[in-house]
Design a protein around this ligand. Structure first.
Ligand code: SF4
Length: 199
């Protein structure tokens, strides 16, 4: 049981709840409610495999262990990583600008060449191969960064809501908020710094 408590967050919370039910039955006497709880506990314990099948993959697996399909589904499509960033050499602070990669569609906020983006754009960030220091440049809302930091997905994430539009209603998507790198002076990026990306 202790080994289970050291598991992933969702499993830990569920296990603690289950354990509390079992303990209540043992210490407070077999009322009908407690007998029901004990039955639930037994069934859940016996059906651990079935229980685990209900735990989402991002709470069961490390990022490295995910399939390509699982990995891709974690991207919420916000487009924030497609914005130019400035890094303070001394402090390491990262500043996002509203200047976007020329391949980012300004209205949908989606990459127009996603499949071959890494060949088309030399500095497009390949998140799957990022070092942890580089991952810290990603927005705090980014699923990859959050999972790497041991945090849950945000409540608005499409894998939670089942709706890709929730990244827009949550105010996280860059759609309609950017200017193309083709239309600004990249030597003057400081003038384009924004504060609506949480980094
Ligand atoms: S190539 Fe696509 S994914 Fe890469 S920075 Fe540009 S718009 Fe974003």
């Amino acid at each position: 049981m202790l080994a289970l408590i050291q598991g992933k967050t969702a499993l830990t919370e569920a296990t603690l709840r289950i354990t509390a039910w079992g303990m209540a039955s043992l210490t407070a006497g077999p009322s009908s409610t407690e007998r029901h709880r004990a039955t639930l506990y037994s069934e859940t314990f016996i059906g651990r495999e079935a229980f685990m099948s209900k735990v989402p993959f991002w709470e069961q697996k490390s990022l490295d262990a995910m399939s390509d399909e699982e990995w891709e589904s974690l991207c919420d499509g916000c487009g924030q990583c497609c914005l130019h960033k400035l890094v303070n050499d001394e402090s390491g602070d990262v500043f996002y600008t509203r200047v976007a990669c020329a391949l980012l569609h300004p209205e949908t906020g989606r990459c127009t060449r996603y499949a071959d983006r890494l060949r088309k754009v030399e500095d497009c960030m390949d998140v799957r191969h990022m070092r942890s220091a580089e991952l810290a440049w990603m927005p705090r809302s980014c699923a990859y960064r959050r999972l790497a930091e041991g945090k849950p997905l945000p409540a608005w994430h499409p894998l939670i809501t089942g709706d890709v539009a929730t990244v827009i209603t949550a105010g996280v998507a860059v759609a309609g908020k950017t200017v193309s790198e083709d239309s600004v002076d990249l030597e003057q990026l400081e003038e384009q710094i924004i504060s609506w990306v949480d980094v």
